[in-house]
Design a protein around this ligand. Structure first.
Ligand code: HEM
Length: 146
């Protein structure tokens, strides 16, 4: 089960990244071109939010069973242990909180351009944090591409 979870969490990163890129593109183009905020836009923003939350649930689950999260003596001095126990958790939580705030505050705004702007800014910062918090293989953190 552990290996299945790691693969699901690892593979889902691509879904999250692709959805975020599409959502941000739509939000920026709606904002800049002062487009009407349609139901299709809301759905893309909502799907993106849902997939980041699925990643959060899988990540939290892994946090309790992964051998890479070990609060052993001196774990803060070991790059990989510190990364998964603290850095990955904090960066991703912050990103997901920002994406959630962006979606829910945009929902309450009346002005269509303001809605797109809110999503563009919050999802944009969320994407940057997620890109920075992923254990890419070249970072030597014991993770793969998929
Ligand atoms: C959008 C958010 C997230 C993304 C894109 C993401 C992405 C990833 C990726 C790519 C890996 C490497 C998997 C591999 O070995 O190939 C990973 C590992 C891990 N993630 Fe996340 N993650 C996210 C959020 C979280 C959160 C919020 C937590 C904790 C609450 C978390 C906990 C973990 C743990 C514990 C591992 C190590 C799993 C292992 O190999 O034992 N992740 N994550």
């Amino acid at each position: 089960m552990y290996s299945g979870l790691v693969h699901a969490h690892s593979g889902l990163r691509w879904v999250v990244l692709i959805l975020l890129i599409i959502a941000i593109y739509k939000a920026v183009s709606g904002w800049v071109n002062k487009k009407e905020f349609k139901e299709g836009d809301r759905k893309i923003f909502l799907f993106t939010l849902i997939f980041t939350h699925i990643q959060l649930v899988l990540g939290l689950w892994l946090y309790f069973i992964s051998p890479k999260v070990a609060f052993t003596e001196g774990f803060m001095k070991i790059t990989m242990l510190r990364f998964y126990a603290i850095e990955h958790l904090v960066t991703m939580l912050l990103a997901i909180v920002l994406i959630t705030i962006g979606f829910s505050t945009a929902k309450r705004l009346e002005d269509h351009t303001a809605k797109f702007k809110k999503i563009a800014v919050f999802y944009g910062i969320g994407l940057l944090l997620i890109l920075a918090g992923i254990p890419w293989p070249f970072r030597d953190l014991g993770a793969g591409w998929f």
